[in-house]
Write a protein that binds this ligand. Structure first.
Ligand code: MN
Length: 320
């Protein structure tokens, strides 16, 4: 992490002694997803675990998968979170233990609310387009909603914010500049795909009570003066009412934000809980084939859970 900002007199937000606007550039880490896909993990990272309720960010591609299987993630369980599938290119076929079977395409929201328990698989369809490029994002559910019934939503029509001077923002989830996604959320947050045409020089209205981060997916967006090449996350802090944006070439980035998440969580494998016991029980019930239901139609068996670490898992806040 490198702190590029030294602004004095930070404004607090979220009531947790937070700093105001910052520009912390946090590099991603390459990790394998399934057998054939490499992703850049941007959250959690070395310095930060969450941005608002967003607790997990993987950016993948653009990958040329012509003649290859592409993404193949076997059935696996989730608890206590929502998953957001967002594509810039290609398509992902989602199956889950509720019986959902849905192809998610660029510009569409695939939103799975795990709640108490769900299992799903994600795969490139057999007949797929040449390039695969997108993001897999998780939102932690607050205590009041983490045991709710599981659900899957697919929204093909998302609101678009047209800013001045070449900015077009698709609101994936939550609210941006008065436009709200139809996806169900349980804490105040936003996820948006922001496209900047070459020559854009503008300001995007933000909510000062939210903290934000930006990850570039194509081109080189200049976010609050910081040129952001694909593969890193720029944490922007709180207390901003607008975000200065420039681009010399056509660029796009994903903006994530939300009210700072005040609850401590335990995140391990595909589970978000509040205690070691929550995680241990979910792992046990995945292994014994209870609680999560079955995903049908995926060619191949489910993902086995890894061994729990020898030490007890501890609840943690949004920073390391
Ligand atoms: Mn998953």
């Amino acid at each position: 992490m490198s702190n590029l900002d030294v602004r004095p007199a930070p404004r607090l937000c979220g009531g947790g002694g937070r700093t105001g606007p910052v520009r912390d550039l946090q590099p991603g880490k390459q990790v394998p997803l399934g057998e054939s896909t490499l992703v850049r993990r941007l959250l959690p990272n070395l310095g930060r675990r969450m941005v608002g309720a967003w607790c997990f960010v993987d950016h993948y591609g653009p990958d040329d998968i012509a003649g290859e299987p592409g993404m193949q993630v076997p059935p696996h369980p989730h608890i206590g979170l929502q998953t957001v599938s967002w594509l810039r290119e290609g398509e992902v076929l989602h199956r889950d233990s509720l019986g959902s079977l849905q192809t998610v395409r660029p510009g569409e929201l695939g939103l799975m609310t795990a709640g108490r328990a769900i299992a799903h698989s994600e795969e490139s369809p057999r007949d797929h387009t040449r390039h695969l490029h997108g993001a897999q994002l998780w939102v932690a559910l607050p205590e009041a909603h983490r045991d709710r019934a599981p659900a899957f939503e697919h929204h093909a029509g998302l609101p678009v914010v047209a800013g001045g001077g070449g900015l077009t923002a698709t609101v994936i989830l939550g609210t941006l500049d008065g436009a709200t996604s139809p996806g169900t959320v349980h804490t105040p947050l936003v996820g948006a795909d922001v496209a900047l045409a070459a020559g854009t020089d503008t300001r995007l209205p933000l909510d000062p009570d939210f903290e934000y981060a930006a990850l570039t997916v194509s081109g080189t967006a200049e976010v609050d003066g910081v040129p952001l090449a694909p593969g890193s996350l720029l944490y922007l802090g709180c207390g901003r009412s607008a975000l200065p944006l420039r681009a010399d070439v056509d660029s796009s980035f994903v903006l994530l934000g939300g009210e700072p998440f005040e609850e401590q969580i335990v995140m391990w494998w595909n589970f978000v809980g509040r205690s070691h016991e929550d995680i241990e029980q979910a792992r046990e019930e995945w292994t014994t084939g209870t609680r999560f239901g079955r995903v049908t139609g995926y060619e191949g068996g489910p993902l086995p859970a890894p061994e729990l670490p020898k030490v007890r898992l501890k609840p943690r806040g949004d920073l390391r």
